[in-house]
Design a protein around this ligand. Structure first.
Ligand SMILES: O=C(O)CCC(=O)C(=O)O
Length: 276
């Protein structure tokens, strides 16, 4: 893990813009609380997924008929493969297109049948729930649970972008209200031998950035000279970070980069709600 940017002198670095790395046995409520409060920016949890579970899950995902899909090619280039519906593919103004509910029911059923007995999603939720020791469950919209736990394969990199459900869908979207903090969760079932680092920049979206749009992401000009965290992970590791900071993924080679992924939102009542 490295922190870099235009600043070289430690006095010029933001001490709260840092990453921590812990073994899974140490994961506790205080890590998640401090991360959501912005006391640090990214948390790598080593060996989050047991090796046997991720190997078996990866074998199932690699079956030729596993129903991986790709994001809308007109929107997401370089291409990214995925399983399971993600909110930003179903956006209709501040609402979800009706097909979302059909597709999420289908994905849930498919996941249940294909991954029974080797389910890294159920495992991740249980582990996070045990660490949080408070309410943790799906985010709800109009009384219905959202889908959480997409599978995502990013081999050719991801553009510089940010994720903020408040900006994408407005503050009234979730039944629990706009999250006071949002975290991205990724746990890797497979990582490539080369490349694939996650980069997080100490820079959030500003209205003039709209002029720097580049497909679904933004041009490098938005993050030029900003303090940066570069993270490489091993298979089985999980990473939690604040995705409202601009972030990107390096292209990779020699192997698949496959993660189970969802967002967590901290509600004003202290619950963690999940969606993809
Ligand atoms: O795959 C990664 O390292 C980060 C993916 C990402 O952009 C996200 O989780 O928001």
């Amino acid at each position: 893990m490295t922190a870099a940017g235009a600043w070289t002198h430690p006095d010029q670095l933001d001490p709260l813009f840092t990453a921590r790395s812990i073994p899974v046995g140490e994961l506790s409520r205080s890590h998640l609380a401090e991360l959501t409060a912005g006391g640090f920016t990214a948390l790598r949890v080593a060996d989050f997924l047991p090796a046997e579970l991720r190997r078996e899950a990866m074998a199932r995902v690699s079956e030729p008929d596993f129903p991986m899909d790709v994001y809308d090619k007109a929107r997401v280039d370089p291409p990214i493969a995925r399983f399971g519906p993600v909110l930003n593919e179903y956006k209709d103004g501040a609402c979800l297109r009706a097909e979302y509910w059909r597709d999420m029911a289908l994905a849930r059923e498919l996941w249940r049948t294909r991954m029974a007995g080797a389910d890294p999603l159920a495992f991740s939720i249980d582990r996070l729930s045990a660490a949080w020791q408070g309410g943790l469950g799906p985010a709800r919209v109009s009384g219905r649970n959202l889908f959480a736990g997409a599978l995502r394969e990013i081999n050719d990199g991801a553009l510089i972008h940010f994720d903020d459900v408040r900006r994408e869908y407005g503050p009234d979207f979730f039944d629990d209200g706009a999250p006071v903090a949002q975290l991205a969760f990724n746990a890797w079932m497979s990582v490539p031998a080369e490349g694939g680092s996650t980069r997080i920049y100490r820079r959030r979206w500003n209205p003039p950035d709209t002029g720097a749009r580049n497909g679904y992401g933004y041009h490098r000009s938005v993050i030029d000279g900003e303090q940066e965290i570069v993270l490489s992970v091993e298979a089985g590791d999980a990473l939690l970070f604040d995705p409202r900071y601009f972030h990107a993924v390096d292209p990779s080679a020699r192997g698949r980069r496959v993660a189970i992924t969802f967002f967590l939102g901290l509600t004003s009542t202290g619950k963690l709600v999940l969606w993809s």
